[in-house]
Write a protein that binds this ligand. Structure first.
Ligand SMILES: Cc1ncc(COP(=O)(O)O)c(C=O)c1O
Length: 413
């Protein structure tokens, strides 16, 4: 459920007409509904009855206003870079609720995490473990460590966002992990606290989650037999959403299935949802610049693949709605951006609204991996982010200026 609905003929976000926001901030812009964000966070978090921390995956939507919102609802953050750590801390997330994932953390980033007192590092290789030991030793602290194990489970999702198969770069193969844990336990500046696992994103079936949990659970039992105490079990994120006709399990069904498999391991669960919380809580609003009939019908809009990469990158589907429904109907064609690439499209060979110049279009389900994957390609300023709260709206990120885009550049003298 989300709060993007038509009132009479105009698409609203909660109680605000999207046309009113566009008139004030211009286009394109990302638009989030606070009520939807809160509702999705709480629905997910309250689905689990065992002790747990919901650490929202910042990579999916990292604006500090949004990280702050989830922190006020009791959540933590899953980060994958020093930049995301800076965001989370600036947003007021408690360091003790921050988990640090990622296959390539630099020493500088490890140091920043240690100095900040985060809950744990999800370590992905022995060399990273050695680096962490060294950095922790130089600071005279103990680093809280969980290893991300790779259970070799097929999540049945897009190849680019599958992460838990042997052929993927992520984690330590589960068959090798016991030896790595034993080594870590013997290190002076390492405190083994957990096990983590994340098998992919946009999963629409609960079975791969359960299969990987079953493998991880067996592994934790072996660790316990080896007198290695595991306080946290981090199950990652990955629960999918409906973009089109997908029917992913509801958070409650997901939680029930996991808790049933989990039994009584005595660990606190860490969950790292991203997409399921923000995906359908945000949209991208764009304006029609031109229409033309070439080999097919093209609707050329002012947002492109630099603003929303998912259609070009994954062939992902996003529904496109007219912001003003005049009963204009739909037609087969492409909605394309201004970028100089034929791969620059928001919809391809789809039934899209019949549009005229200056119409506003809403690209739905764009809250996750939308703004965070945007870039300055073609030297296009990154667009503003706007948060609606009831009948008011707040600009939570300003539109970039041309000056901001070249601010760090210089011509050698
Ligand atoms: C380690 C980790 N945790 C959590 C997530 C969030 O996944 P999702 O947005 O599918 O919930 C990701 C994304 O791929 C990830 O790599």
């Amino acid at each position: 459920m989300n709060h993007f609905n038509y009132k009479n003929t105009l698409l609203h976000c909660e109680d605000v007409a999207i046309t009113d926001i566009a008139a004030q901030v211009g286009t394109p812009f990302y638009l989030y509904s606070k009520a939807t964000l809160s509702r999705h966070f709480q629905a997910f978090d309250s689905s689990f009855s065992v002790p747990h921390i919901t650490c929202f995956a910042a990579k999916s939507c990292s604006n500090i206003a949004i990280l702050h919102l989830f922190a006020t609802l009791g959540g933590g953050t899953d980060i994958v870079s020093g930049g995301e750590l800076f965001r989370a801390l600036t947003a007021g997330v408690a360091p003790g609720k921050i988990v640090y994932s990622g296959v390539g953390k630099s020493r500088d980033e490890l140091k920043y995490g240690l100095e900040s007192g985060i809950l744990m590092f999800n370590v992905e290789s022995e060399q990273e473990l050695d680096a962490l030991q060294e950095v922790a030793s130089s600071l005279g602290v103990k680093a809280p460590v969980s290893f991300r194990v790779n259970p070799d489970v097929d999540p049945k999702t897009h190849a680019y966002i599958s992460t838990g198969m042997a052929k993927n770069k992520f984690g330590v193969p589960i068959a090798d992990a016991l030896a790595v844990y034993k080594r870590a336990a013997s290190m002076k500046n390492i405190a083994v606290v957990g096990v983590s696992c994340h098998i992919g994103s946009q999963l629409t079936d609960v079975a791969p989650f359960v299969e990987s949990l079953a493998k991880v659970k067996k592994f934790i039992q072996r660790l316990q037999e080896a007198n290695c105490t595991i306080k946290y079990l981090d199950l990652g994120g990955g629960l999918g959403i409906t973009y089109d006709a997908e029917e992913p399990p509801a958070p409650l069904a997901y939680a029930r299935a996991l808790e049933q498999e989990l039994g009584d391991l005595g660990c606190t669960l860490i969950l790292e949802p991203g997409r399921v919380i923000v995906g359908n809580a945000g949209i991208l609003v764009t304006k029609v610049l031109y229409t033309k009939q070439g080999g097919k019908k093209f609707t050329i809009v002012d947002a492109g693949m630099n603003d929303l990469a998912r259609p070009s990158l994954y062939g992902a589907y996003h529904a496109i709605l007219p912001v003003e429904d005049r009963g204009q109907g739909r037609e087969l064609g492409d909605v394309v951006g201004p970028i100089c690439e034929s791969g620059d499209f928001l919809a391809r060979d789809k039934e899209v609204p019949i549009s005229r110049q200056n119409d506003l279009l809403a690209v739905m389900s764009a809250g996750a991996y939308g703004f965070t994957m945007s870039s300055n390609y073609n030297t296009r300023p990154r667009v503003p982010e706007v948060l609606v709260d009831g009948s008011t709206f707040h600009i939570i990120r300003k539109r970039e200026t041309r000056e901001m885009m070249i601010a760090g550049e210089m011509i050698p003298t």
